[in-house]
Design a binder for this molecule. Structure first.
Ligand code: TYD
Length: 211
């Protein structure tokens, strides 16, 4: 089984990923927890480049191809081998992040990005994608608090430093994209407490026969 988590900064992906992994491990699954960008050896180098605020002059197109290269390598060297070994793969961000951030966020064409993703994932689409939906104000507040706790500056990371208009486009882009791919997406209201959010995730998995 291949599951992905999506959502804007501060939506609670790390917390919910952790809860879901613990749930599947209790059920006896052999779980691989991975992430994008940065899930492969090459990807770790690409992640450093992509998230370095010094690279804020990257053009939208070169940024796009770095994310796609990260994904292609991640699928072929990490995700597909794990699936072939019968493992359950839980990935923090995947192809939909490209459609939403580079497409709805940066203005590239979402349907073109979908085709490019199709090349990058080589037929390996998630069985289900969990979108943790939260209002931009709440997400950003949580992300900034986390950065302070981690002793980073409030705007560390290229995307946290973007304007509220950008984050609003991200939130709306996710909802639009999820509505276009209802069969694969589970949209969860992530503005609630973590246990309530997790209950909705478990119910959604059961409804799709993946619980
Ligand atoms: P990360 O520090 O992992 O943030 P988060 O905890 O929010 O996942 O940073 C990943 C950033 O990369 C995030 O802001 C979204 C962005 N991103 C894209 O723009 N396109 C992509 O294809 C992916 C995978 C991520």
């Amino acid at each position: 089984m291949f599951l992905t988590f999506e959502g804007m900064e501060g939506c609670g992906k790390s917390t919910q990923c952790k809860k879901l992994i613990e749930h599947f491990v209790r059920q006896g699954h052999d779980v691989l927890h991975t992430l994008e960008p940065g899930g492969s050896r090459l990807g770790k180098e690409l992640r450093r480049i992509l998230l370095d605020p010094k690279n804020s002059d990257l053009s939208s197109t070169s940024e796009l191809f770095l994310y796609l290269a990260d994904r292609a390598q991640h699928v072929s060297s990490v995700i597909r081998p794990a699936m072939e070994d019968g493992r359950t793969v839980i990935c923090d961000r995947f192809a939909d992040s490209t459609v939403v951030y580079q497409g709805y966020g940066r203005g590239l064409d979402p349907s073109l990005l979908h085709h490019l993703n199709d090349v990058a994932v080589q037929g390996l689409w998630p069985d289900m994608t969990i979108l943790l939906d939260v209002e931009p104000e709440i997400g950003l507040r949580r992300a900034l608090t986390r950065n302070m706790q981690d002793n980073k500056t409030a705007t560390e990371g290229r995307f946290e430093a973007e304007s509220m208009a950008f984050h609003t486009r991200i939130r709306e882009g996710y909802l639009t994209w999820a509505a276009l791919h209802r069969g694969r997406f589970l949209v969860v209201d992530a503005g609630r407490n973590p246990d309530a959010v997790f209950d909705s995730i478990l119910r959604g998995l059961e409804e799709k026969g993946l619980g």
